[in-house]
Design a protein around this ligand. Sequence first.
Ligand SMILES: Cc1cc2nc3c(=O)[nH]c(=O)nc-3n(C[C@H](O)[C@H](O)[C@H](O)COP(=O)(O)OP(=O)(O)OC[C@H]3O[C@@H](n4cnc5c(N)ncnc54)[C@H](O)[C@@H]3O)c2cc1C
Length: 649
Amino acid sequence: MQVGDEKKQVSLDVAEDSRHEEWEAPSFVADLFAGDFNWDQIHPYPLQSAEEKKIGDDYIAKLRPILEQHIDPSEVDRTGIIPDDAIRALKDVGAFGMKIAKEYGGLGLSQTNYSRICAYISSYCASTGAWITAHQSIGVAGPLKLFGTKEQKDRYLPRIAKGAVSAFGLTEPGVGSDPAKMTTFATPTEDGKHYIVNGQKLWITNGPVAEVMILMARTPSIMKNGKEKQQITAFVFETDTPGFEVVHRCDFMGIRGIQNGLLSFKDVKIPAENIIGNPGDGLKIALITLVNGRLSIPATAGAGGKKAITYGSKWVKQREQWGAPIGKHQNTGYKVARIAAETYASEAITWMSCAFADSGKMDIRIEAAMAKYFCTEVGCQNADDFLQIRGGRGYETAESLAARGEDPVPAERFVRDARIARIVEGTSEIMRLYIAREAMDTHVRQIVPFMKPGVNKLQHFLKSFFPFYAGWLPKQFLPAKSDFKTDHLDSRNRAHLAYIARSSKRLARTMFFTMAKYGPKLEREQMIMSNFVDIGTDLFAMAATLNYADAHLATCADKQSIQDLADLFCSDARKRIETNFKAVKKNHNNKYNVVAGHAMDGKYDWWCDGTYEDVPPGYMKNFNASIKAFEAKHGEGSMAVEEELLVSK
Ligand SMILES: Cc1cc2nc3c(=O)[nH]c(=O)nc-3n(C[C@H](O)[C@H](O)[C@H](O)COP(=O)(O)OP(=O)(O)OC[C@H]3O[C@@H](n4cnc5c(N)ncnc54)[C@H](O)[C@@H]3O)c2cc1C
């Protein structure tokens, strides 16, 4: 094995170890990938009960005046500051304890209401939304709720519910998507009562203002089956501990009001009882917490889409060019229609996944990841299309528009604020890998025993592998069910349901034969795996959309508009699905590998000449000055990553 391959294997081992292996409840999407479209499992759509909805509505009504009184989103964007009195007012009404149980002083809201409220706050001010969600979706309360001891819950949850801000610290300058490279170490003291932590954490949202945070650090490796096994451990960390320092507050393209920073740990002493779960369980805990934790992001992306529809549809009707409202010109009207259809699908996926999370009866690891992946991709596209619809006004800031007497519609801010969602809590690329791994689990479970030392391979073949595939594979060639119970869908939309059933079997067959063709090398064919993930995601989105529409049609006054919206989304999704199926069989993926290799080897440098490729001298001067000041304060090498990158120029 070459050095690069070895490193990759370590990363893959760490990722595999952090998987939640058991499937304790049914998974709608895992079945969909295995050729089984269980419409009855999701139908009728799990809408909120009137009582539950009222809890969410009432809380939103309570928040609205607080937001309006204390927060000016434009000013937050311009100054990067959310006023202290706004944070205090939000704490006073329990907004920092929405998901914490009432027995610990929280509001005890359901996942659905929590996500609805986060979406509402973010649709008012995305920075404020990010504060609240970083605190609750990934901060200390989530992991403690699932994995904390009674003492840990008693000690921290009431404090957090009252507003002790919390954060989640995983990322480091050299560690983003690949935690195997983590260099923050927690070394146990001789008496085993404490751990001494040294290292840095980067881009930690709420980090500069947090009282407590989840700190991920490497603890001593253990030996398993003769192999060194990395241990990443989750600690609850109190930020007033000596040795902890906020060394820099980071600034970003959007959500400019968040407090996010580079944090340093120098000989920081943490009590061993602050470990959550067991040593080495850190990443597993983070991943399990993130299943539900991720659901506020798609809700927020959906809310952004709804704003784009509200503003956008008015604008394309009002603005006339070339003798007609711009919405009547097909290339622009199409954008409004697409935003509406994709946003409807985003909501359908999000609220269904939240309802499953609340019921606790389904395993939603794939659904939540798909919700995050689909809704954030669509959300960014929607924000960009909305900016385009607004033309020059889309590119102009809201403040500039207001200053010359026009509607202060912050389209450019929407784009900037939305963009981060494709990066945090798992980039879209990592989400695809995660979904692919989980989707293939049925097969991986059958294949892995053949590779494991000490397993009787013949016995596994006879007792498990053969009986499973002898039953499963022929089923994938049988005709799919074509009539599904719906209450209101018209014939076009019922036909889409039949398409999902057929395509689910086709997906299962195609995945099986592709895995057989490539074997373990499939792991390198990320574009093919993405084709599968995108097919599965679109099938899930179609099912959720049709289900949502079926429920809305019971009460909606204008039924035709809902039938048309669902039909448009499904027609678009089918087009993408067919393209993805084709791309699995016939593609030129290898050409991308070749050209990417050329680019990495610098073979296009000559041709890129003629553009200003250096760092402008002004930047360099400032950079060198800040490096000096930074390192004088924090020690040599404390800014090593950026320095290497720039000084080599
Ligand atoms: C505003 C903001 C807030 C954040 N908040 C937090 C926080 O609160 N806590 C925290 O711990 N972190 C936080 N982060 C960090 C964030 O989670 C990471 O940026 C993210 O995980 C990606 O890591 P990276 O930036 O190092 O990118 P990298 O991992 O270096 O990835 C760079 C690119 O390569 C792609 N890539 C990486 N690996 C693969 C692969 N195997 N296959 C294909 N493509 C790949 C990625 O998708 C990405 O496009 C925040 C970041 C920002 C910008």
